[in-house]
Design a binder for this molecule. Structure first.
Ligand code: HEC
Length: 117
């Protein structure tokens, strides 16, 4: 059998396609990571995408108790005013530090807390 002069080109092409495939896998993976980093960094501003319950679980239950009935901080399931909650989470109050910087997130969490009772 004669050596086909096209073989090196076919090999290079196969290698190139494989490389593109793996690079795209890697790209998709880092997009997920970037998305997660965005959530953690509080860059979300689209209200519809904000999961207030998840933020509360992550940022509030440590001090206000797992069911928000009070811990080191006071109970929050007492029908608090949303405006007040928003003000407190963004600026802190007494022994409570400011926990949320993003206004849309603070609003979503405030609405969520105000809806508890
Ligand atoms: C580091 C602990 C800590 C974390 C984390 C924390 N809180 Fe607090 N929180 C406190 C303490 C302590 C107080 C009481 C502050 C005071 O009035 O002296 C308080 C008070 C509050 C108040 C005021 C209640 C009132 O009756 O005026 C609200 C509302 C509140 N927290 C909501 C939240 C929300 C929502 C989160 C999560 C986004 C959160 N807190 C996270 C410790 C914390």
């Amino acid at each position: 059998m004669r050596n086909n002069p096209l073989i090196p080109y076919v090999l290079i092409m196969a290698f190139g396609i494989g490389l593109i495939f793996f690079m795209s896998l890697d790209g998709a993976g880092s997009k997920d990571e970037a998305h997660e980093a965005g959530e953690g960094g509080g860059e979300t501003t689209d209200v519809a995408e904000i999961d207030a319950a998840a933020i509360v679980q992550k940022s509030c239950v440590g001090c206000h108790g797992g069911d928000l009935t009070g811990g080191m901080g006071p109970a929050l399931n007492t029908g608090l005013d949303a405006e007040h909650v928003k003000e407190v989470v963004m600026n802190g109050q007494g022994a409570m530090p400011a926990v949320i910087q993003d206004e849309a997130e603070a609003q979503a969490v405030a609405d969520y807390i105000a809806g508890l009772e």
